[in-house]
Write a protein that binds this ligand. Structure first.
Ligand code: DGL
Length: 291
């Protein structure tokens, strides 16, 4: 695969832009092609079978345009779909965010008590517990599914009283237990934008970390190992693909990316009919029982 090809990155929406930001910081000469499957977000509440199907379509859309590596910048997809994606992408190296996130958490935790905040899908799959147990068999891991955080982040609500109220609802029990965590791992790429609000709610008693920086290190190592790092003395280009409104993607994505996203750099794409759409519609029954 030619070194000049871009690196493909995808997420269910704009959350993966927190990973893209870290990738660009570490690999400034690379071009990137980012896909946000905004039409089908959230992935975190869907079945594993749906997430595998959606992720495979995202990967095919990116490999079809030519990429030299694929970064699954969505913990939910990385938890359940990595083996399927490795098969789909034959030859293109696929990087997830769970293993790098687990590494960051284990490195940060002194007492070995780690809380993972993620989507329902990621927590139900247990990918983080397994990855942390492989690296630190004695670590204690508490997983908390926080689906409302995805909705808040996607709405651009990253601080203020409503965010803090919801954070209290999810986290209050955590710090008062017998073994309060010393490390909070943000196991969803949508959550880093909420980190300042979470730090306020937790009162600085805990280190808050995410997968972005360690994922960027893993991708860099992977490219170095095959001699495919692109360094042409100028900053690489980034193109965006979205499956729903490009204007909204650019506007909300800017919060996650940390720099303005030009609407003109976002292309609307269709990933094809979903299996649900292919099924015959079920007639709705509005009967009140009084007819
Ligand atoms: N950003 C995705 C993740 O890291 C999930 C958000 C969602 O679609 O539920 O898990």
């Amino acid at each position: 695969l030619p070194t000049r090809l871009p690196i493909g990155v995808f997420d269910s929406g704009v959350g993966g832009l927190t990973v893209l930001r870290a990738l660009r910081a570490r690999l400034p000469g690379e071009d990137f092609l980012y896909l946000g499957d905004t039409a089908r977000l959230p992935y975190g509440t869907k079945s594993a079978a749906s997430v595998i199907r959606y992720s495979t379509q995202c990967a095919q859309a990116l490999t079809g345009r030519g990429i030299k590596a694929l970064v699954v910048a969505c913990n939910t997809a990385a938890s359940v779909a990595l083996p399927a994606l490795a098969e789909t992408c034959n030859g293109v190296k696929v990087h997830g965010v769970v293993e790098p996130g687990a590494q960051a958490a284990v490195a940060a935790s002194r007492a070995g008590s780690i809380a993972v905040l993620a989507t329902e899908g990621t927590i139900a799959d247990g990918a983080y517990s397994r990855a942390i147990a492989r690296l630190a068999p004695d670590a204690r891991v508490t997983g908390i599914a926080c689906p409302m955080f995805v909705a808040l982040a996607e709405s651009g609500w990253v601080d203020g009283p409503i965010v803090e109220l919801i954070a209290h609802r999810y986290l209050d029990g955590l710090m008062t237990g017998a073994d309060p965590p010393d490390t909070l791992l943000l196991g969803c790429t949508h959550f880093p934008v909420l980190a300042p609000a979470l730090a306020r709610v937790l009162g600085g008693r805990i280190s808050i970390i995410d997968s972005a920086a360690t994922t960027a290190v893993a991708v860099t190592e992977g490219l170095k190992a095959t001699g495919r790092v692109r360094d042409v003395g100028r900053r690489g280009r980034v193109r965006f693909l979205a499956t729903d409104d490009p204007e909204r993607f650019a506007r909300v994505g800017t919060i996650f990316y940390g720099e303005p996203i030009d609407r003109e750099a976002v292309e609307l794409i269709d990933l094809g009919p979903t299996a649900e759409a292919a099924e015959p519609p079920v007639p709705l029954n509005y009967s009140t029982g009084r007819s």
